[in-house]
Write a protein that binds this ligand. Sequence first.
Ligand SMILES: Cc1cc2nc3c(=O)[nH]c(=O)nc-3n(C[C@H](O)[C@H](O)[C@H](O)COP(=O)(O)O)c2cc1C
Length: 391
Amino acid sequence: MRNWTAGRRQAIRAMAGFVAGSPLFGWQQDPFRDHSRVPKLEELLTGLDFEPVAYAKLPRWAYDYTAYGEGSEFTLRRNRQAFDWVRLVPGAAGSGQEPQTATTILGTPAAFPILVSPTAAHMQLHPDGEPATYQGATAASQTPMIVSNVASVPFEKIAPAAKGPLWFQLYPRQDVESNRELLDRVQAAGARAVVVTVDQQASVYERALHDRNLEAASLRRLTGGTRGAPRNPYRVPEGRLWYEWKLFDQLRPMIKVPMVAKGILTPEDALLCLEHGVDAIYVSNHGGRSLDYGPSSLEVLPEIVDAVRGRVPVLFDSGVRRGSDVLKALALGASAVCLGRIPRWGLAAYGVPGVQKILEIVQTEFKQAMAATGRSTLASIDRSLVRTDFP
Ligand SMILES: Cc1cc2nc3c(=O)[nH]c(=O)nc-3n(C[C@H](O)[C@H](O)[C@H](O)COP(=O)(O)O)c2cc1C
């Protein structure tokens, strides 16, 4: 009798284990509590859902490379917090129209006022690298992608991977003439605008330095990713300290397409950029990777927009995770908004379909936010849509 009971218990336990493990019952599991499986792409509902999946799939140093900010990461956190300091004014009665989101950014048509920010080294995230990001962005209503100067794959090899709009981002070299060949190449390969990044001059990423200490020397050589401290004793890299505003005058003749200044955080600098012939201002603190204890990009956006007075478009990034964030930045005067870490999480988590899905989520949320606030055109999105409580 005892034997029979024990056998029956064992059989029930085995059956329960089989049932629980069956893919038919997968829907009963909560992807964010149960770490025994990777959730299916369809289960991810917000952009933020992708980060834990990217974390689970990436080696620690590659996750950290995407995640970290400068210094103690105060500005990185402030970038997110700033969106909480902006309230949306509800629009009880809209125009009864479906929101219209199509626009043109510096001559590039876009279904939404949303672009992919330039970010380095996509092959750290997925073996297909930037061509995969480009395919995902193009599948998401032809979202324009800005290719980083330090992409894992050269611009000319990314360009044939899809048919969407591409821009190029330049980290200028000190010998100004030596930028010409690269600029010629990317413009010949179809770059429709050139973004010149002028921030991130003396940044130190403590997470990367810690990771470097934790890595075996062999892995350090292999990844090359977790860069060490600069050679000089004050941790100041020599690379970009020479920038002067006349740089834009010097680059102008080499750039036949629109030229954008990225990393602008004060009205004074924005005005100097205009004096030196840039076609757009890109308000950004490099996603908190430039100057810790600097302001969030969102806080300084309105004063820069006021100084620019509509003479050129103002692009914006740093901290955007949701469609409502896009709406808030547009309400504070941005002409378009760029996404840095969002497409990186999509690529790391699911490759091309992940990039497509995460961008489509933000696009959908943006449209919903427009509808919920009763704004059916981009032109109707203005400061009356928000109340700000910036400290
Ligand atoms: C991992 C990573 C790499 C980046 N690489 C570059 C780069 O090569 N060139 C550049 O201009 N900006 C670079 N950025 C900054 C982004 O263009 C963008 O300003 C920032 O990611 C926006 O903030 P978000 O990530 O909160 O959206 C990088 C950002 C991250 C997170």
